[in-house]
Ligand binder design. Structure first.
Ligand code: AMP
Length: 217
């Protein structure tokens, strides 16, 4: 199963994706997380990408496509994967289709998590992420057991540099202009499934599972 989880920034793509990959035992490929990991390790690509990320801008299609191409060539991504946050532009979607075609494969489903701008702002300002494993928390709705410490790996929790009000505004603008057109792109291929992201966290997960189980039954 090869799936893509889409939605505006803060819609819960990362948290929902980590549940889905556990349930179906598949690797998660998050370009945002790969960039943050590379930055935390001091790698050149991460340092370069962070210049754009901090401002809420998109990293160039070339750099992003390349990091995905390398990741997709790894053995664990051969039959199953979940893409989180990639593609984000029509050019990236076309590049992904070509990569998959070259592997004799294609995307099976695109899950789009819907949310309103008010909810997104609130979520992103309250979001905390583990520096070590990338797990996400919400200071009100998904609190860690101990303040500032990841429940899963004990890593330090931090606020992402692009979760500031200004940066969030810019990211939403970019989502509207560059990423939203992808919904039509995938709808035309009949693989787009919308899920209401403004429900209880568990209910959103259940709705995604319902879609995926229907497709794979
Ligand atoms: P995310 O963790 O998915 O919210 O991504 C964080 C940031 O990484 C984004 O705001 C972009 O600056 C960058 N990024 C992640 N994925 C992509 C992508 N597919 N194309 C361009 N930039 C990306």
């Amino acid at each position: 199963m090869k799936i893509l989880v889409m939605g505006p920034p803060g819609a819960g793509k990362g948290s929902q994706s980590s549940r889905i990959v556990k349930r179906y035992n598949m690797p998660s490929i998050s370009t945002g997380q790969m960039f943050r990991d590379a930055y935390n390790k001091g790698e050149k690509i991460g340092v370069e990408a962070m210049k754009f990320i901090k401002k809420g801008e998109l990293v160039s299609d070339d750099i992003t496509n390349e990091i995905v191409r390398l990741r997709l060539s790894e053995e664990d991504a051969e039959t199953n994967f979940l893409l989180d946050g990639y593609p984000r532009t029509v050019n990236q979607a076309i590049a992904l289709d070509k990569m998959l075609e070259g592997m004799g494969s294609k995307l099976d489903a695109v899950i789009n998590i819907l949310s309103s701008h008010d909810v997104l702002f609130e979520r992103m300002e309250q979001r905390r992420v583990c520096k070590q494993c990338g797990a996400t928390y919400h200071l009100k709705f998904m609190k860690p057991q101990e303040d500032g410490v990841c429940d899963i790996c004990g890593g330090e929790l931090y606020q992402r540099p692009d979760d500031t009000h200004e940066s969030v505004e810019r990211r939403l603008e970019i989502y509207e202009s560059k990423t939203k057109p992808l919904l039509d792109y995938y709808d035309d291929k009949n693989i787009l499934y919308n899920v209401n992201g403004m429900q209880e966290f568990d209910k959103v997960t259940d709705d995604i599972i319902l879609v995926l189980d229907t497709i794979y039954d």
